[in-house]
Design a protein around this ligand. Structure first.
Ligand SMILES: *Cc1c(COP(=O)(O)O)cnc(C)c1O
Length: 750
């Protein structure tokens, strides 16, 4: 949980590296030998080893073990085990472990981690052996792995995190490259007027599971990037995510100008110049860092356009090291490169003007031996159009042999959007395929549902979760038990929401009465709808408010009421988005809605996890086709919630008429105004005619039989298909293996 009060707030970079006031564990003296299996120091070291590999974050038995050590501090410290352990001496930890009988659990967890890291019988060994000696290098501007590691802002980051976790699980040789943001993304607070305020918190490096990356020369890696306006330096951190090493570049080093030291401090802050410099560090710096560590990539996977400068540095490396010509190097690098695009809106792609490109890529193009016009041409649809800026996606498409969108529908949109790059091809043959996103099951599955699946699925089901047959077993579960499990999860969600909302009220200085009321908002017996995502206007958080009187009638229906939980951040510069938040947050002043509509502040992985595990219905109503994929609804599926969504992104290919609800039929209208009106009507109609009646249709035992059947349909038809395991296996077979020189099994559009 994100309790701001427990975290050091600072805007000054100098705060970084200041050690905590707690005693450092290493300085404590060893206690005398005892007749127990572990010395206090040994026990402490094992716990710390567990805390320092994010493997723990998708193993509930390890997470629970950390929580039990001190449940209150665990929550206050954002579920950060390193920060928690720093508050223990080995002796106190031992005493606590004895009290809770944790020894064998700690030992067992430690042994499991060791075995996992050594594990050799993986999916990849059988299916992707060619990668063995040539790892995939996966680039992304953000990684959402756990709430305690704030180097992500939203969906793209969580997708990258899930991708590398599944790559680890499947044993795919992969290293990842990103940026180290020591202030991460902002923490959201709403004021009494419902207006969003942003707060940036300084991470304490010593409380994060990172360490300096060591180069092939045995020294900490430092990369150097020449520009026309001086040299940029970056150091490199290493983070362990299961079997995957994630390398994070950090420009906060001596030798950089003060403004450059801050370059990587925040996600998506700053102007275009900051942006290109961040992308320079990520792409060019990333390839240099990999090289410095002696890693020879088999494949470059560039997740979204932010990192595609990497291709230029890779080409330079080929010319340097292998002596190939520029043209031959380009061909070879493109053959190795996989590019994933995520943005269905033309304006959403990074573009830089000629001056910024020359300033930042000038020295690189000197080394490549190409002219400024040639370089600009690589980022232009029409290479010689001097009015066209340099587009990162265009470079990505030109310098990769395999490119993909992130859902079937997004594939169509992307082929249309970039068709003019291949004017000689018809649209269907534009070489952009698709691999639909999926989620890392162990990270998003609730402990309660895990117990249920463990009982009915085959023993090793977690390793085989990409197989449809496994999930058919859900029909063997007793409907009453499935419903009870869901009800328990829903209660946990409501407790979480009440705790959060009352705290928010108190912080905003609302009346005691309001704080008190917040402690009792929502009712577990009422149909509960969740809506949480970035508050970009195309996601239309207020669509359900379209006909407010009709909504009010649904909310306050005496027999079949509904309630809605909202959460989400607006980009700091997005005033219309902030307006939407305000509009929704202020509904609490309407006495008719007050206890049935809530806004939970500071949406992050933790808030998301609570929501997706406990809601009855997950609502998603973007303006089609602007949602490239969306993944939060896939997390809901695993836990028994139902999706109610516009037929956009993943849902357009997932909905089959019996595994959830569709808003409308996938139509598009003349303009936004008409679209919003029609979709708003369709939304209220599906709620009224389908969702609400099905939920409240109870048998004599009080069970909504048909609803439970739909939960089972949803789990059996969707969980395997929209898992990150399936996604990464698709990448491996269709992209990684052929890009590394193995036999192609092509499922992209090439
Ligand atoms: C999963 C997740 C997302 C992605 O959700 P969408 O469906 O793309 O809106 C965004 N933010 C967080 C914190 C998540 O966990």
């Amino acid at each position: 949980m994100s309790q701001a009060e427990e975290v050091v707030v600072s805007t000054s970079r100098s705060a970084k590296g200041v050690s905590s006031s707690r005693p450092a564990p290493a300085t404590t003296t060893l206690s005398p030998p005892r007749l127990i299996e572990l010395s206090p120091q040994n026990l402490y070291d094992k716990c710390m080893a567990l805390a320092r590999n994010l493997w723990w974050s998708w193993h509930p038995e390890v997470t629970n073990m950390f929580r039990e050590l001190d449940p209150i501090r665990w929550r206050q410290l954002d579920h950060n085990p390193i920060a928690l352990l720093a508050e223990f001496t080995p002796e106190r930890l031992e005493a606590r472990a004895a009290e809770l009988v944790l020894y064998s659990r700690i030992n067992q967890a430690y042994r499991r981690l060791k075995e996992y890291l050594a594990g050799e019988s993986t999916w990849s060994n059988v299916h992707a052996g060619v990668l063995g000696s040539k790892p995939v290098v996966y680039f992304s501007a953000e990684f959402g792995i756990h709430e305690s590691v704030p180097i992500y802002s939203g969906g793209l980051g969580v997708l990258s995190g899930d991708h590398i976790k599944s790559a680890s699980g499947l044993g795919i040789p992969l290293v990842a490259v990103g940026l180290f943001y020591d202030q991460g993304y902002f923490r959201q607070q709403l004021d009494i007027d419902g207006y969003q305020h942003e707060e940036y918190l300084q991470s304490r490096v010593e409380a994060l599971p990172i360490e300096p990356a060591i180069g092939a020369d045995g020294e900490p890696v430092m990369v150097q990037i020449d520009t026309r306006s001086g040299t940029l330096f970056a150091k490199v951190w290493k983070m362990s995510v299961g079997r995957v090493s994630l390398y994070l570049l950090d420009s906060d080093v001596e030798g950089n100008k003060p403004e450059d030291r801050e370059l990587t401090s925040r996600l998506y802050g700053g102007d275009t110049r900051v942006r290109i410099r961040q992308e320079l560090v990520l792409g060019i710096g990333g390839v240099k860092a990999i090289r410095a560590m002696g890693i020879v990539p088999g494949v470059y996977h560039l997740n979204e356009g932010h990192s595609v400068f990497a291709t230029l540095e890779a080409v330079r490396g080929r010319m340097d090291r292998d002596g190939y010509s520029y043209d031959e190097s380009v061909r070879r690098v493109a053959r190795q490169t996989v590019f994933t695009t995520h943005t269905p809106v033309p304006a959403g792609h990074d573009r830089f003007d000629s001056g910024l490109i020359e300033e930042h890529l000038g020295p690189t193009r000197d080394a490549l031996g190409i002219s400024h016009d040639q370089l600009m041409g690589l980022g232009r649809v029409e290479p010689h159009n001097h009015n066209e800026p340099f587009c990162m996606t265009v470079l990505g498409l030109k310098l990769s042999r395999r490119a993909n969108a992130v859902s079937a529908l997004h594939g169509h949109v992307s082929r249309k959007m970039w068709a003019n790059l291949w004017p000689w091809r018809i649209e269907e043959e534009v070489p952009i395929g698709h691999i639909t996103n999926g989620v890392h099951v162990p990270s998003w599955l609730s402990w309660q549902m895990l117990q249920l699946y463990d009982r009915i699925f085959p023993v090793n089901w977690m390793k085989r979760m990409g197989e449809p047959d496994i999930w058919q077993k859900i029909y063997e579960v007793d409907p009453g038990e499935l419903w009870e499990t869901h009800y328990a999860l829903k209660n946990l969600l409501l407790q979480f929401v009440r705790r959060r909302v009352s705290r928010q009220c108190r912080r905003r200085g609302e009346s005691d009465e309001a704080v008190e009321m917040a402690r009792t908002v929502l009712d577990p017996n009422i149909l509960t709808i969740g809506f949480a995502r970035r508050f970009a206007t195309y996601k239309r958080a207020d669509l359900v408010l379209g006909d407010i009187d009709r909504l009010f009638a649904m909310i306050s229906d005496p027999d079949r009421p509904i309630q809605i939980i909202f959460a989400g951040k607006a980009h700091p510069a997005d005033e219309p988005g902030k307006g939407l938040i305000r509009k929704i947050a202020n509904l609490r002043h309407d006495p008719r809605l007050a206890s049935r509509i809530v806004f939970v502040e500071d949406y992050d992985i933790n808030v998301c996890r609570h929501l997706i595990q406990g809601v009855d219905v997950w609502l998603n109503n973007p303006r089609r086709p602007l949602e490239a994929s969306g993944t939060s609804g896939q997390k809901v599926v695993l836990n028994g919630g139902l999706n109610c969504s516009i037929l956009d992104g993943w849902w357009a290919e997932a909905f089959d008429g019996r595994n959830g609800f569709a808003i409308g039929r996938g139509e598009t209208h003349l303009n936004d105004e008409i679209t919003d009106r029609r979709d708003g009507e369709a939304l209220q109609k599906v709620l009224q005619d389908e969702v609400i009646p099905l939920f409240y249709d109870r048998d004599p035992d009080g069970l909504p039989r048909e609803w439970i059947k739909m939960m089972m349909n949803s789990i059996s038809s969707l969980a395997w298909r929209f898992s990150a395991h399936r996604m990464v296996m698709d990448y491996a077979r269709a992209c990684y293996v052929p890009a590394a020189g193995g036999v192609s099994c092509d499922m992209t559009n090439r």
